[in-house]
Design a protein around this ligand. Sequence first.
Ligand SMILES: *Cc1c(COP(=O)(O)O)cnc(C)c1O
Length: 371
Amino acid sequence: MTQRPFNFSAGPAVLPEEVLQTAAADMLNWQGSGMSVMEMSHRGAEFISIYEKAERDLRALLAVPANYQILFMQGGGIAENAIVPLNLSRGGAVDFVLTGSWTEKSYKEAGKYAKAHIAASGKDSGYTQIPAMASWQLSKDAAYLHICSNETIDGIEYQELPDLKALGASAQTELVIDCSSHIASRSIDWSRVGLAFAGAQKNLGPSGLTIVVVREDLIGRALDICPSAFNYELVAKNQSMYNTPPTWGIYIAGLVFDWILRQQEGGLQGLAAVEARNMRKAAKLYAYLDGSSFYSNKVAPQARSRMNVPFFLADESRNADFLAGAKARGLLQLKGHKSVGGMRASIYNAMPEQGVDALIAYLQEFEKTSA
Ligand SMILES: *Cc1c(COP(=O)(O)O)cnc(C)c1O
C-alpha cells in the first residue's frame, strides 16, 4: 500500500488507517451478518454488541467511574452548548471562562436558557493564554462552570483541570468541560468533572456522534422545555436509544477505541501510550517553531495545545505558496482558521509521528527557500 498523505485537518480529521481498512473490509458484510453496519437495526443483536463494546472500551480507556453515564448523542458540540444548560442550569446562573472561539459560542448560547456569566476572559490577551485561575470571579450560586479544555481554533489547552473546591466555588457548582478536540488524547481527572462532552469528528470518528459523560446525580434536572431527544434522563434510561443513535458513528468510534486500547509505546499501553506519543509529537513541532525566526506560535508555552498548533509565517504574503508546496508533498489541510489566520497543524491521536516529522522537514525546506 502506498503512503497516504498526512491530513492536518482540524475536523473532521484524520482517522487511524487501520480503522478505515477494517471499516472498508466490513462495509458490505459485517462479521458474516450479511449487512453493512449502516443497514442494521439499532435494536438488533448485532448492533447492540457493537454499541456495548464501544461503551465498555470508552469507559475503560478514559477510566470513567461507574457513577458516570456515557451517552451517545447527536448534534455535535454546538448542540451541547444548548443541551447542557437545558439539562443542568435549572434556568439559574452558569459561569464561563472564555479562552477562545468555542467558549465565546458556548457562553452566547447558554444565555438563551440560563443566566450566563463570564467568570474570566482571555480576550485581552488575544486568546493566547488561560486567565489565571486565582482571578476567576465565580458566581455564588452557579449550577456549573463551563470551560473548553482544548480550544481547537486558538490552540489553547488546559494542562490541568481546575479544582473548583480549591478555587472556593460553591458546593453546587459542577465543572463542565467541552473536550471535543482532545478527548482520548490524555487522561481526565473525573474527580473534578461533573460533565464532559465531545463531538466525535476531531479525535474519535465521523461527525454526527456526540459523546456525553455525566455524573448520575446530575441527571434528571432538565428544564420542561428541553427537547426529549436531548433530555439526558430519557437518553440515559434508554441506553442512548430513545431516538435512533448515530449507528455508523458509534461503530467507527468503537473501532478507534479498540485501536487506542491496543497502542503501545515504551512500556506504556492504551491511552498512556497515545498520550506519550502526543506529547512527543507536539514538543518537537513547537520546538521547531520556537527555534525558527521564520515561523511563530503566539500561545503562552504553558497553555499550548498538544492537538492544534496554530502558527504564522514571518512573511504572510507567502502563505499561498506554503500551502501549495505542502499539498504537493502530501501535507494536507494546513490552512489556519479564518478567525486566526496563518496556518494550523492539527496533530490528533491518529496523526503518525512520521507525519509530524514530514511537516517539520517541509517547514525547514520552505524556510530555506524563503531566506
Ligand atoms: C469542533 C468543536 C465543536 C463543534 O462541533 P460541531 O460538531 O460542529 O457542533 C465544539 N467545541 C469544540 C472545542 C470543537 O473543537
